[in-house]
Design a protein around this ligand. Structure first.
Ligand code: HEM
Length: 447
């Protein structure tokens, strides 16, 4: 192995050793570095087999119950009466982590937009409908749903196709380039700008803001907490200006106008409005971006599947779903128990945090037919996965995501016989967003 190259097999072997050598009660897969190194798989394999409802001690993130089997995840996700989304849907940092970050001047940026924690680690109340329970959740979800309805998507498709073609036609031939930057980010940002009704010139600002929201300083995106706060303020001001413009204009079909004029949402406060903007920016950005990159990665790692796709483009829709399962762009969602609850022989207490590890459920050997670790683009039930969640919070944008993936691959196959992965990608430092920061590829020639 040459310098700088990643020996994936050796890395996986080492991670497996570590996962099985750790005493079970100390096993903690909620570690961003594990995911960045793609070294989390053996942890989940062991947990599914030995302790599928696992009390996980605090590390960088707060202590919680980790749910790792497919059917258990569905059971928790569909029981919103007991398992609440209020107070946050990602894990808050542990007290030790907060103290360490405060010592570096992190202040209240540490809580993370989705964790429901402020600088003291206390829940700070709901601000976006992904982190709300009924009835408020249902009302706000209903207001944005028309923007991603099948009829609106039918309008969107030609525009996505045109932009996808433009993006692909601008790519260099025979030269290395970063697929994440040139394609995945471009396509998702363009789609999101259209949904929000903002100018295409500003689309990459959305990408930047989406990255900044999720970023921990010192891991590539922002250098300091101060920088993070400053960029978040700019983001907030941009969208407050849009609200003010749209609220004074006649209702239109974009998401901001829908929120500004919706009977149930027009009275929402600034914090709630910006929370929903952030939700839609991230929901529609990181996830789809990482699926687009994941499809190129997976097809390169499985050349037989790439060959099958080339010879049979009808497989694109099932390849898209298989990529969403295999990639699992959001590794988990969190809930909080509203009452004591006996589950699979464990006593979950009121107030306990519960994490549904979608990334593990999607590899559950007892539910996913055939080898769940294999990437197979013609599975019999390709949409049988938990990547979009289940129950009342199931991803509202799932059809938008599938549409973008389908269109980009239809356009790719018409243009390029091959997209070659040149080296292992750089993965995101997070155990929530599972994706790629950089992926160098080369397109040898056009069709
Ligand atoms: C492959 C791409 C995507 C994946 C894997 C994904 C995944 C998810 C997951 C796991 C949830 C939460 C489920 C839960 O808490 O039970 C969710 C909710 C949500 N997603 Fe997505 N998502 C994707 C694309 C999108 C897109 C393109 C949009 C917007 C255009 C979007 C907007 C949302 C919103 C608004 C929610 C909150 C729904 C609610 O609380 O009722 N997502 N998504």
């Amino acid at each position: 192995m040459s310098d700088g190259a990643v020996d994936l097999q050796a890395q996986a072997k080492e991670a497996r050793k570590q996962a099985y050598a750790t005493p079970l009660q100390e096993l903690n897969p909620a570690v961003p570095g594990l995911f960045q190194a793609d070294a989390h798989w053996a942890y989940f394999e062991r947990l599914r087999a030995e302790d599928p409802v696992h009390w996980t001690p605090a590390g960088d993130l707060e202590a919680h119950w980790g749910i790792t089997r497919f059917n258990d995840i569905v059971a928790i996700d569909t029981n919103h009466q007991v398992f609440s989304s209020e107070g946050g849907i990602t894990l808050p940092p542990s007290a030790a982590r907060i103290a360490a970050v405060e010592a570096q001047g992190g202040g209240n940026a540490i809580g993370g937009m989705f964790s429901g924690a402020d600088q003291s680690g206390q829940p700070r109340g709901p601000s976006m409908f992904i982190a709300m329970d009924p009835p408020k959740h249902d009302v706000q979800r209903k207001t944005v749903s028309p923007a991603v309805s099948p009829s609106n998507l039918a309008h969107l498709e030609p525009m996505i196709r045109r932009e996808a073609g433009r993006i692909l036609d601008s790519l260099p031939i025979g030269e290395p380039f970063d697929w994440v930057d040139r394609v995945s980010m471009e396509l998702t940002a363009m789609t999101l700008a259209t949904l929000f009704g903002i100018s295409q010139e500003d689309r990459r600002r959305l990408t930047r803001w989406s990255d900044v929201v999720m970023a921990q300083p010192g891991h590539g995106v922002v250098d300091s907490w101060e920088q993070k706060r400053a960029e978040m303020t700019e983001y907030g001001m941009y969208f407050m200006k849009l609200w003010n413009e749209r609220v004074n204009a006649p209702p239109a079909g974009d998401l901001i106008s829908m929120l500004a004029h919706g009977e149930e949402t027009r009275g929402m406060d600034q914090f709630e409005y910006l929370g929903n903007v952030i939700l839609l920016t991230i929901g529609g950005n990181d996830t789809t971006r990482n699926t687009i990159s994941g499809s190129v990665y997976a097809l390169n790692k499985n050349p037989d599947q790439y060959d099958r796709l080339r010879s049979n483009p009808d497989l694109i829709p099932s390849m898209v779903s298989e990529t969403i399962r295999w990639q699992t762009p959001l590794a988990h969602m969190r809930r909080t128990a509203k009452e004591d609850f006996e589950f699979e022989g464990k006593s979950i207490k009121k107030g306990d945090l519960v994490v549904m590890w979608y990334v593990s459920g999607n590899r559950d050997e007892t539910v996913i037919e055939g080898d769940p670790n294999a990437y197979l683009i013609d599975r019999e039930r390709p949409r049988h996965h938990v990547s979009f969640g289940f129950g009342i919070h199931r991803c509202v944008g799932n059809r938008v995501a599938e549409l973008q993936l389908r269109v980009i691959w239809e356009e790719i196959l018409q243009r390029f016989p091959d997209i070659q992965l040149l080296e292992e990608p750089k993965r995101v430092y997070s155990c929530f967003v599972k994706g790629y920061e950089r992926m160098m590829v080369r397109i040898p020639k056009r069709n």
